[in-house]
Ligand binder design. Structure first.
Ligand SMILES: [Zn+2]
Length: 257
């Protein structure tokens, strides 16, 4: 930054264009004093970093760190982003910055959040212009791996059957209900219930939406014998499934190369 050409400033004493009245070097820059002070405070490890209140604050420092070739600035900014609310508010933007500075932990956090909200919500942002194709590929691969892992857990649940009596006895419910109570019950409501559930998990592989989105529509249950137990069964199933999916998703890691 300090090697910038000293140009464009009116001479203070009529003789020297590059120093002030006290003879200190003068460099003209486009930024205002407040922005420049923030940049310099990020540069100096002894200073308390300026607060990052909005994404514009982050974005401004990201742009200045590139403009003035000061990677230490965006590295420090990325450390402050870890655990911040920006990960939930702007996961793609945070991911782009994390990949730029090779902040593995932040990239993992942001990628998990980006995956949880689903590809449909990945809107264009200027940070994408600075993201490499391989970084974007890693994010896509990671999201697809999570979707696959989550769906696999759901499909595995279909392999086991749980009796209503076991459910009532407090046993954890991970499987489909068995319909031994009635020969006439095909359990068709279970398939109707699980199919949209499966599609949602595939697109949004994260657990927080489960309990909100998948309460059973009681009209779906034609079998009167099932109807008495369906609400309790599906509620317990969703909790058990969410736990299993959470465990499976922890095994999926984001590659940073
Ligand atoms: Zn039934």
């Amino acid at each position: 930054m300090f090697s910038l050409p000293h140009i464009g400033r009116a001479p203070c004493n009529g003789s020297d264009r590059s120093t002030d009245k006290e003879g200190r070097p003068v460099i003209d820059v486009e930024e205002d004093g407040a922005s420049l002070e923030k940049l310099l405070r990020w540069c100096d490890p002894r200073c308390t970093p300026p607060a990052l209140e909005t994404w514009d604050d982050v974005s401004a420092m990201s742009n200045l760190s590139m403009k003035y070739d000061a990677p230490c600035v965006i590295r420090r900014v990325s450390e402050c982003l870890q655990g911040s609310s920006f990960i939930a508010k702007a996961p793609l933007q945070v991911y782009a910055i994390a990949m730029r500075v090779h902040n593995r932990q932040l990239a993992q956090m942001a990628a998990a959040e980006a995956s949880r909200i689903g590809i449909a919500k990945w809107k264009y942002c200027t940070e994408l212009d600075q993201m490499s194709g391989s970084a974007y590929h890693h994010l896509l691969t990671y999201h697809l791996a999570r979707a696959q892992a989550a769906v696999k857990v759901l499909d595995q649940s279909a392999l086991s059957k749980v009796n209503y009596s076991e459910m009532r006895a407090g046993k954890s419910v991970f499987g489909k209900p068995s319909w031994s109570h009635s020969e006439g019950c095909s359990g068709g409501w279970w398939t109707d219930y699980i199919q949209p559930f499966r599609a949602t998990i595939e697109h949004y592989p994260g657990s927080p939406l489960f309990s909100r989105a998948f309460t059973i529509d009681m009209q779906m249950t034609k079998c009167t014998n099932c109807r008495d137990d369906v609400q309790e069964f599906t509620t317990k199933f969703v909790v058990g499934l969410a736990n299993m999916i959470d465990q499976a998703l922890k095994q999926v890691s984001h590659s940073l190369r």
